[in-house]
Design a protein around this ligand. Structure first.
Ligand SMILES: Nc1ncnc2c1ncn2[C@@H]1O[C@H](COP(=O)(O)OP(=O)(O)OP(=O)(O)O)[C@@H](O)[C@H]1O
Length: 240
């Protein structure tokens, strides 16, 4: 198993349990969805996985090694998080080229040819390298953000609502790109979203969250998730 979230619980204030005994598993090269209503605890779980928040209880394992604050820098070489607000993730003063090269400065040399090949992969023109974030569209910014994470060649990409603010066509292009990266680089994806259509299209395995608990989980068979919990079934019936 690549990622194991074991029995994670979290409360910010006394009495308000945001996550309760959550177990989530992502296999090598697997695309796993996590859906749930607004406030069900999805982003909090993503932050706990990435060691940006501390769980009150439970453990995170990556490749069977427990992730803690102490060893998380090597974890970040293999696991990257991207989130909805691509603008906030990019330094407004840096050109795209500076933003792309910054996470790699101590790791490996990236030639202009490597950069151009990667830009091509995420369907961005070479001209964006000299642009500042505010000179790009929302879709372009999210592609830059994605590319920034991909240059590290992660084994797992955690995506928190990354297509929610984009139009349907751009959403589809980014999701198709994720599918290509998954196939070509065997990169696993934890795709957190409240967009059931996007999740149904992309994911093979799904967790449904409700009020901080995993209400159901199921694999996709013949294009349909096999869910047994009545809340989870209703969610998908409502989608039509
Ligand atoms: N830093 C914090 N301090 C206090 N409460 C918080 C904090 N972060 C999240 N919460 C609370 O935890 C609950 C879950 O929030 P979270 O952002 O994880 O939900 P979500 O499922 O990601 O929602 P959305 O789909 O709207 O992003 C909410 O009630 C939220 O107010």
């Amino acid at each position: 198993m690549l990622l194991q979230v074991e029995n994670v619980s979290k409360s910010f204030h006394k009495g308000q349990q945001v996550l309760q005994h959550v177990n989530v598993y992502v296999g090598h090269g697997e695309i796993v969805g996590l859906v749930g209503e607004s406030g069900s605890g999805k982003s909090t779980l993503a932050k706990i996985i990435m060691q940006l928040e501390r769980a009150n209880q439970g453990h995170i394992y990556f490749n069977d090694v427990e992730i803690t604050k102490k060893n998380c820098s090597s974890f970040y070489e293999h696991c990257q998080l991207i989130f909805q607000n691509a603008t906030a993730a990019l330094n407004p003063m840096w050109t795209v080229k500076e933003s792309l090269l910054e996470p790699l400065q101590y790791k490996k040399t990236v030639t202009n040819n490597d950069l151009h090949a990667m830009l091509d992969k995420v369907k961005l023109p070479v001209a964006v390298l000299n642009c500042l974030p505010n000179e790009l569209s929302g879709g372009e910014r999210q592609r830059v953000n994605l590319l920034r994470s991909l240059l590290v060649e992660p084994k797992l990409l955690v995506c928190d609502e990354i297509v929610s603010s984009l139009d349907r066509l751009t959403q589809r292009e980014i999701i198709d790109l994720l599918i290509t990266l998954n196939k070509e680089q065997h990169m696993a994806i934890l795709f957190i979203s409240h967009d059931l259509k996007a999740v149904s299209y992309l994911c093979e395995h799904l967790y449904v969250m409700k009020d901080g608990k995993i209400a159901d989980e199921g694999k996709k068979e013949h294009g349909v998730f096999q869910l047994t919990n009545s809340y989870a079934q209703k969610l998908f019936q409502a989608m039509g």
